[in-house]
Design a protein around this ligand. Structure first.
Ligand SMILES: Cc1cc2nc3c(=O)[nH]c(=O)nc-3n(C[C@H](O)[C@H](O)[C@H](O)COP(=O)(O)OP(=O)(O)OC[C@H]3O[C@@H](n4cnc5c(N)ncnc54)[C@H](O)[C@@H]3O)c2cc1C
Length: 497
């Protein structure tokens, strides 16, 4: 089909709510709408050919969660497997949520949205996009827009440009776009980066490769441990119903995480030593932990990847994988020359170098004809934005599982929608209150608190936060868990009409 040929839009469909994205956030949002706002019509518009978002797109060997599925799973659907799960298990779980709740009829796949226009005259969003398979243009109108589009660009990952990349004779692969037929058997592989992706992909391929070298600029913290939850297993032995096991295990994990986060802030050196001891237990006293596994930042400034059964370290201990902590000077025809002058040879170079942040799905937003620059807006609790009516974005937690926030925000959105129906209001917008006028406005996150590369690179594109916690994404599950359900919807920060 000629994609350049203009297509007339055949029809405009209207829904009370449009959800953009059918990842863990969008599917959760759809579930909660059916339960808490059964009279609202809604549709989920998803650009890909299936549900899952992150879990549909990422297909590199070994792909798995880095947080436990008791808390990455929804609060309403028990997780019954081992805490850390692979792509297929997560997609199966999400598929069951869709089937058990008859959500499929609400989801439109291959529906990519390009623009979102708000009209205050009509109190309506108009969304335009196209079908990715036929190029057919699409138009929807909605009273409320629920953005569940994630936080990074799915089409391609972030690969920095290094001198001489074009001279490299082998293959360069980003995990986000892993070629299905990539043949790494008996090949020499370099993996650049040392985040959760590296921790996953290296043990998955090391057995087949001739050798895998992890080339990192600086070390990362890891938590190696058994992929099992003793409490859940004990409760299962006692034949406790899965709903109870799910809830009890969630509470236990969240309590442990809360203690860990508090300790990481209050006694960072002790926590650091514990984490390093966990790695040393696999690599032995003679391994150079100082160079390769001792980060320069205090624990919890970046997400800490869980390494089930310490498999990454087992690969290193066996000699199939090794660490190089150095910077890249340039690529060469045979591999990579490091700043310290070492040439690392490779047949394949995997750039596990992260994401490209995408602010609100790369959709061009306008409000009453004026383009929205999100960097000029102020966020209300990391979910609404000043000057953008009838819209909520789900941006989960970094340190706790993303999905915990999906359930919390979904309750809020449903409460807000029901409140508006009850009071006959068509429009809601957040605005700074008189007492907020002198509040200092700051970047979206505090670099001192949390500083992953994909956020640091794109901070200038993200909404601003205020000094007061209502005007921030606090990343504090414990605070939000009690505060968000109690938000006074008649408060002065909400403007209705
Ligand atoms: C490899 C990997 C492992 C991770 N592991 C964990 C973990 O263990 N625990 C954790 O808490 N977090 C983890 N994360 C973070 C993870 O991305 C989130 O937890 C969560 O999956 C995000 O879900 P989401 O639905 O908000 O967004 P996504 O999964 O990104 O889904 C968004 C969906 O919206 C669609 N979309 C976007 N823009 C448009 C548009 N314009 N029109 C139509 N559709 C659109 C996309 O196609 C996509 O399907 C991981 C991330 C990665 C990459």
């Amino acid at each position: 089909m000629d994609k350049t040929a203009p297509h007339a839009i055949a029809k405009t469909e209207h829904f009370d709510v449009v959800i953009v994205g059918a990842g863990i956030s969008g599917v959760g949002a759809a579930y909660h709408l059916t339960q808490q706002c059964p009279d609202k019509s809604f549709v989920v518009l998803e650009g890909l050919e299936s549900f899952g978002g992150t879990w549909w797109m990422h297909r590199y060997p070994g792909i798995r969660s880095d947080s436990d599925l008791y808390t990455f799973g929804y609060r309403f659907k028990p997780w019954t497997g081992a805490p850390i799960a692979g792509r297929d298990e997560i997609l199966k779980y999400m598929g069951e949520v869709i089937d058990e709740n008859d959500l499929a009829k609400h989801i439109r796949y291959r529906h990519k949205i390009h623009t979102a226009q708000w009209s205050s005259k009509d109190n309506l969003w108009t969304l335009e996009g196209e079908r990715t398979d036929t190029g057919e243009p699409l138009r929807f109108t909605a009273n409320f827009l629920w953005m569940c589009q994630g936080y990074y660009r799915h089409a391609e990952g972030y690969t920095p440009h290094w001198k001489g990349m074009e001279n490299f004779k082998g293959q360069i692969v980003h995990p986000q776009t892993w070629p299905e037929d990539l043949d790494y058997k008996d090949k020499t592989v370099i993996v650049i980066g040392s985040g959760a992706t590296t921790a996953t992909v290296v043990p998955a391929i090391a057995g087949d490769c001739k050798h895998v070298t992890v080339l990192q600029r600086s070390p990362t913290y890891f938590i190696p441990a058994r992929n099992a939850n003793e409490l859940a297993d004990q409760l299962r032995d006692l034949e406790i119903p899965e709903e109870w096991i799910h809830e009890i295990t969630r509470r236990q994990i969240l309590k442990n995480q809360d203690d860990f986060t508090r300790r990481a802030l209050e006694e960072p050196e002790a926590v650091k030593q514990e984490l390093l001891a966990g790695v040393r237990a696999y690599l032995g006293p003679d391994y150079d932990i100082e160079t390769h596994f001792t980060p320069r930042y205090r624990p919890w400034r970046q997400r800490i990847a869980f390494v089930p059964e310490g498999d990454l370290f087992q690969g290193i201990a066996s000699g199939k994988a090794s660490m190089v902590t150095d910077e890249i000077e340039c690529f060469t025809p045979k591999g990579i020359l490091t700043k310290s002058g070492k040439e690392l040879e490779a047949d394949i170079i995997i750039t596990a170098t992260g994401f490209n942040l995408s602010v609100l799905g790369d959709i061009a937003f306008t409000v009453d004809g004026k383009p929205v620059d999100y960097a000029q807006t102020v966020t209300y609790r990391g979910m609404m934005f000043t000057g953008v009516p009838n819209m909520v974005w789900i941006f989960g937690y970094f340190r706790a599982s993303w999905t915990l926030r999906v359930d919390i925000i979904a309750d809020f959105v449903c409460r807000l929608l029901n409140h508006m129906t009850k009071t006959g209001k068509k429009k809601v917008e957040v605005a700074l209150r008189p007492e907020d006028r002198d509040m200092k406005l700051l970047p979206w996150i505090d670099e001192e608190n949390f500083n992953p590369g994909y956020l640091m690179r794109s901070m200038h594109l993200l909404p601003r936060r205020g000094e007061k916690h209502e005007w921030q994404h606090t990343q504090d599950y414990w605070r939000e868990k009690t505060e968000i359900p109690l938000i006074d919807l008649t408060g002065a920060e909400f403007r209705y009409s």
